[in-house]
Design a protein around this ligand. Structure first.
Ligand code: KG4
Ligand code: ZN
Length: 337
C-alpha cells in the first residue's frame, strides 16, 4: 500500500509518500516564513501560502519518490484540528486528486498523527501514556490501542509551545520561540528568578501556562535594560519551570495508574516541544525512577509533518480502508468521545 499524505493544519505545508513497509519514499516540509515578523501565525496568510506551494511540492514529492501518481493506493490529509483555511486547502486538494484517480480518500486527525508518530520508530507497548506537547495543544493521553485514546488532562489556557513562543516574544527572540529559548537556556542559570508553578496544589493532570507568561512579562518590565545574560537566565529558569511541571505530572500519572491497576512501561513525548533535549533528558530521568521509558518519534515526525499523517493513515487502514469523500474539516476535532 502506497499512501500520499498532506498536512496543512498550521504553518507547515507538507507532503509525504510512504508505504506500509515503513519506507518514506519522499517527504517535503515547507515551513512558511511569512509569519516571523508578526511573532505568530496569521491564519489568512497561512492558507494563501498553502495554496501557493502545495501543488509545487506535491509534484516534487512525486518526482523524488520515483513512482507515478497512478501507483498511489490511498490519499489522506489532515482534516482537523487546526486553522480552517489551511485544512480546507489541504483536504480539498488531496480529495480532488483521489477523486480524479478514483482512489480512496482518508481524513486524518492531526492529533492522531502526533500520538501515533512514535509507533513508527519504536516498539511501543499498549497501553502507554502520551504527552502531546505542541503549539496548539498540551494534553496527556492513556493510549489503550491504536484507535483508543483516553484524555487524562489538558491545558486550561495556553499550550506549552505557545508559552515558549510568548516568552520568546517578550524577550524579543524570533518566532518560533521554542528552539530560541532552548539555546539561550544552555548558557543560563535555572533558578535565577521566581516563577509560579500553576495548579501545583490541585494534584491533577491539567496544565496552566498563562500565569508563568504573566510572571515573565513582569520580570522583563522590571528590567528594561536587560542584556544577553538576563535572556539566558530567564530562558533557563522558564524552561526548568516547565520541566518541573511536566515532572510533577509523571508523579501523578504513576499514582493514577497504580490506583486503577493499569500497568505501562512507556511514556511518549510527541509534537514540536518534544524536540527540546533538556525536557527529554530531565523527563527520562524522572520516568526511570518509576520504571518507565520515555520514547520519542523520529526527528522528522516531531514538528508538523505529512509523514506522521501518512503513517496514521496506514495504521488506521490495517484492517480496512475507510474512504470518506464527505468528511467536513473540523478546526476543533478531538480524538476522544
Ligand atoms: O507540533 P508543532 O510543530 O505544531 C503544532 O501542532 O502546534 O509544534 C510547534 C511548537 C511551537 O510552539 C515551537 O515553539 C515549539 O513547538 N518547539 C519547541 C522546540 N522546537 C519547537 N519548544 C521548545 N523547545 C524546542 N526545541
Ligand atoms: Zn501539530
Amino acid at each position: 500500500m502506497i499512501v500520499f499524505a498532506v498536512e496543512t493544519s498550521c504553518d507547515e505545508t507538507s507532503v509525504c509518500i510512504i508505504n506500509k513497509n515503513k519506507e518514506i519514499l519522499s517527504h517535503i516540509v515547507f515551513t512558511q516564513e511569512n509569519h516571523e515578523k508578526y511573532g505568530g501565525v496569521i491564519p489568512e496568510l497561512a492558507s494563501r501560502a498553502h495554496l501557493q506551494i502545495l501543488q509545487k511540492i506535491s509534484k516534487q514529492a512525486i518526482s523524488e519518490s520515483k513512482i507515478n501518481l497512478s501507483q498511489i493506493d490511498v490519499f489522506c490529509a489532515t482534516c482537523g484540528p487546526g486553522l480552517v483555511g489551511g485544512l480546507l486547502v489541504g483536504s480539498i486538494f488531496t480529495k480532488s486528486l483521489a477523486l480524479g484517480l478514483k482512489k480512496p480518500f482518508v481524513p486524518i486527525n492531526h492529533l492522531e498523527g502526533h500520538i501515533l508518530s512514535p509507533t513508527f520508530n519504536n516498539s511501543l507497548k499498549f497501553p502507554h501514556v502520551c504527552f502531546l506537547l505542541t503549539g496548539g495543544h498540551t494534553q496527556i493521553y492513556l493510549v489503550n490501542e491504536l484507535n483508543n485514546f483516553e484524555l487524562l488532562g489538558e491545558t486550561l489556557d495556553d499550550a506549552i509551545g505557545e508559552a515558549f513562543d510568548k516568552v520568546a516574544k517578550l524577550l524579543k527572540l524570533p518566532y518560533p520561540g521554542g528552539p530560541e529559548i532552548e539555546n539561550n537556556a544552555k548558557k543560563g542559570l535555572i533558578k535565577s528568578h521566581d516563577l509560579p508553578h500553576p495548579l501545583e496544589s490541585k494534584k491533577n493532570l491539567n496544565f496552566s501556562f498563562s500565569g508563568i507568561k504573566t510572571a515573565v512579562n513582569l520580570i522583563v518590565k522590571k528590567n528594561p535594560n536587560y542584556d544577553n545574560k538576563f535572556i539566558q537566565n530567564l530562558s533557563a529558569t522558564f524552561q526548568h519551570k516547565v520541566v518541573e511541571i511536566l515532572q510533577s505530572k509523571i508523579v501523578i500519572i504513576n499514582k493514577y495508574l497504580k490506583e486503577n491497576k493499569i500497568s505501562i512501561s512507556d511514556i511518549t513525548l510527541v509534537g514540536g516541544v518534544a524536540a527540546n533535549k533538556y525536557i527529554y533528558s530531565e523527563l527520562s530521568n524522572t520516568a526511570k525512577k518509576f520504571g518507565y521509558l520515555v520514547k520519542l518519534p523520529e526527528k522528522q515526525m516531531l514538528s508538523d509533518n505529512a509523514a506522521m499523517i501518512g503513517w496514521a493513515c496506514i495504521q488506521k487502514s490495517k484492517k480496512n480502508i475507510k474512504s470518506d469523500y464527505n468528511f467536513k474539516v473540523n478546526p476543533r476535532l478531538t480524538v476522544y468521545n
